[in-house]
Design a protein around this ligand. Structure first.
Ligand code: ZN
Length: 679
């Protein structure tokens, strides 16, 4: 279940877009307005044939994707704004002297160190020497298990951010227990691949075959750059080990099925259920050995990977760990390494022709390592209390509209309805930034130690999460930092996060008409609320427990409606050889339909009647263009359909047909019985 609003896969991009609507504001002297961008539309075709192009066609024709990015669109405008603001902040902090140990010092020194490419060049591989020597000294299963355990980090998040990928052998996530809301537990996920997904190793198409060849060549180049002998032979063995790991991996579609993931193992169960690894050493190394249970998200992969440990020669494991240790930190190593990392992961895998400027990479790295200290300064500067208050009112209106829709459902039994309403009533909506800030006083950032800083930040984050194992779960915890352009539903916490950086024009513009605001940020808010009731979210009760609160009849109706939506999305063909995966994107698509419906009602509840602006504003909020490689990557492995088809969600709402004169026979026309109304 993909709960983040938009794919994290798309690398967002710069393009300055102004609001060029033509509806004058009643009290504004300014000529610029804040509604639909008429100049972006292409009204030569019928909206009922292609609504996305009707709303965005001229923009699509005129817009080029900048060479250093994989996509461009509304999201990239906001991304650039947040990037520019954090850049200004980092530049300023890196050239001023702040008190040692203060958050300002940490931010400034982290960024300055990243930007000092001369020092990084001079250091070469030295910052990794100690770790590489430790890997070279691994000789027994116990050594190997202990090292793998010590290197685990809280680097995946299968439910909130739907991030399943880690190149470490396993991924760890720590949050409230699926079955016991009073405690937090670790979750263990499959990992160990350099490529994004098992399909990249196992799919027999020519395209995947050539990506595999390029990845093998990348492994050779990295080993050669590190002056490791027999690079060719070693790379072949490393790739083969990854291929065998991939064969044990669960598919992405199965990974999002939380019932398949709900496997609480006691610490003592691991040796019998997944022989091959020294689990005492591994879980001890990871400091997870005192947890009452570990929820094993991918049991067959955990068992399969563990079984590979004694089957694969120790020398291959050492080479594999050596390669990933270097590959993981390529961006913080000398130029030859960073360029090679970009040549493969950026150019070949994502189709981005040009590497980002160093300052942009520095901004990303600093935000990644110190998300919360940066956020604290960011929101003080850029997110006024008036915006928070206004948006909280909008949220309340949409929650109320959703509640009314629940009341009006004719197919749902009173008992299911009561549980749904209870869940909605206790939903915790976070606007802009969290109530409390994380304490970073124990993290040390040293000017001049790029890799050390990064490793300490990763470890600090892991230890923060480890500490949660001994405290009560916190429903107000945030999973997206406020300077990130995205939004997320947290099913176990029954909570939402709307970071400050997404609460900006054109999504949220205090000057825009209600129709434009509800069509854009309103739909995003509705989408996130609806995730609590999508195919996966509806399996969690108000306390975040994984529990069926549905009568069998209600569930059957819900699944029937879902099946129609699966078929609707399977029908879209972004490429002649590739269709959208309706099952993989179901949660997101349900959230889009239900969210748009609820916010349409909410807009009408405020007295609004301008449905054309509402729907056009919605379709323009999906304005984007991406490179073919990255679009394919998203269709294959991401829980979100492509933006174009998300804009076409409108075809499920009766209210869309009249204002745009949509008729039977047009491509997007759905007969009333085929329009999906889940909630
Ligand atoms: Zn979503």
């Amino acid at each position: 279940m993909s709960r983040a609003f938009r794919s994290g896969l798309i690398v967002l991009v710069a393009l300055g877009l102004g609001c060029r609507g033509n509806r004058p504001q009643p009290d504004a002297a300014a000529t610029s307005t804040h509604d639909v961008d008429r100049a972006a539309m292409d009204t030569s075709g019928a909206p009922g044939d292609d609504f996305f192009r009707y709303a965005n066609g001229t923009w699509l024709k005129k817009t080029e994707i900048p060479p250093d990015r994989a996509s461009v669109g509304v999201w990239s405008t906001l991304f650039d704004l947040a990037q520019k603001r954090t850049y200004d902040l980092f530049e300023q902090l890196s050239t001023t002297t702040a008190a040692a140990g203060s958050e300002e010092q940490k931010i400034g020194d982290y960024y300055a160190t990243f930007m000092d490419d001369e020092a990084i060049e001079k250091a070469g591989l030295d910052p990794l020497r100690a770790d590489l020597a430790a890997i070279a000294a691994l000789h027994s299963t116990r050594d190997l298990s202990s090292w793998i355990g010590k290197e685990l980090r809280a680097d995946v998040d299968p439910l909130n951010m739907t991030n399943f990928h880690t190149d470490r052998l396993f991924g760890v996530w720590i949050t409230q227990d699926l079955n016991e809301p009073s405690r937090s537990v670790p979750y263990l996920l499959q990992g160990g691949l350099g490529l994004p997904d098992r399909d990249y190793y196992l799919d027999t198409s020519d395209r995947m075959e050539s990506l595999r060849a390029a990845y093998r060549a990348h492994i050779v180049k990295v080993l050669m750059l590190a002056k490791i002998d027999k690079a060719g032979d070693k790379a072949a063995a490393i790739f083969d080990l990854e291929r065998r790991i991939a064969m044990t991996h669960t598919t992405r579609t199965d990974s999002v099925d939380v019932h398949k993931a709900d496997n609480p193992w006691k610490i003592d169960d691991f040796a019998a259920k997944a022989p091959g690894v020294d689990w005492v050493a591994l879980l001890g190394g990871a400091r997870l050995d005192r947890a009452p249970v570990i929820i094993v998200w991918h049991p067959s992969a955990i068992t399969g990977i563990a079984a590979l440990v004694p089957k694969v020669p120790m020398s291959v494991w050492r080479d594999y760990l050596t390669f990933h240790e270097i590959d993981r930190y390529e961006g913080l190593l000398p130029k030859a390494f960073a360029d090679e990392g970009f040549a493969f992961y950026g150019k070949i895998l994502s189709g981005t022709p040009q590497q980002q400027d160093r300052w942009k990479r520095g901004v990303n790295a600093t935000n990644g390592a110190l998300p919360w200290p940066v956020a604290k300064i960011y929101v003080q500067k850029y997110f006024p209390a008036t915006a928070k208050a206004q948006l909280e009112t909008m949220v309340a209106t949409i929650v109320k509209a959703f509640d009314k829709r629940l009341d009006a459902l004719t197919w749902m039994s009173p008992q299911t309805k009561t549980a749904a309403k209870a869940k909605l009533a206790s939903l915790k909506v976070g606007i802009g930034y969290p109530d409390a800030w994380r304490d970073y006083s124990r993290l040390t950032i040293v000017r001049g130690d790029a890799i050390g800083n990064d490793r300490r930040a990763e470890l600090f984050d892991y230890e923060y999460h480890l500490a949660q194992l001994s405290s009560k779960p916190d429903r107000s915890e945030w999973w997206l930092s406020p300077q990130i352009v995205n939004a997320v539903n947290l099913p176990i916490q029954n909570a939402l996060n709307f970071p400050a950086a997404i609460l900006e024009p054109p999504f949220y513009d205090p000057m825009a008409s209600a129709a434009a605001r509800y069509g854009a940020i309103g739909a995003i808010i509705g989408h996130e609320i609806s995730h609590s009731f999508d195919d996966q979210g509806s399996q969690f009760d108000a306390s975040g427990r994984l529990r069926n609160w549905w009568t069998p009849e209600d569930l059957a109706h819900f699944k029937g409606a879902s099946a129609k939506l699966v078929a609707q999305f399977n029908w879209y063909m972004p490429f002649p050889d590739l269709h959208e995966n309706g099952q993989l994107t179901l949660s997101e698509n349900i959230a889009d339909v239900a969210g748009l419906s609820a916010c349409y009602d909410a807009y009408h509840a405020t007295g609004g009647t301008d449905d054309r602006t509402f729907f056009l504003s919605f379709a323009q909020s999906w304005r984007s263009k991406e490179r073919e490689q990255v679009a394919r990557q998203q269709v294959i492995g991401d829980g979100h359909a492509l933006d174009e088809y998300r804009a076409d969600t409108v075809r499920n709402l009766d209210g869309w047909y009249g204002p745009f004169d949509v008729k039977a026979g047009q491509r997007l026309y759905l007969a009333p019985a085929d329009r999906v109304q889940v909630w």
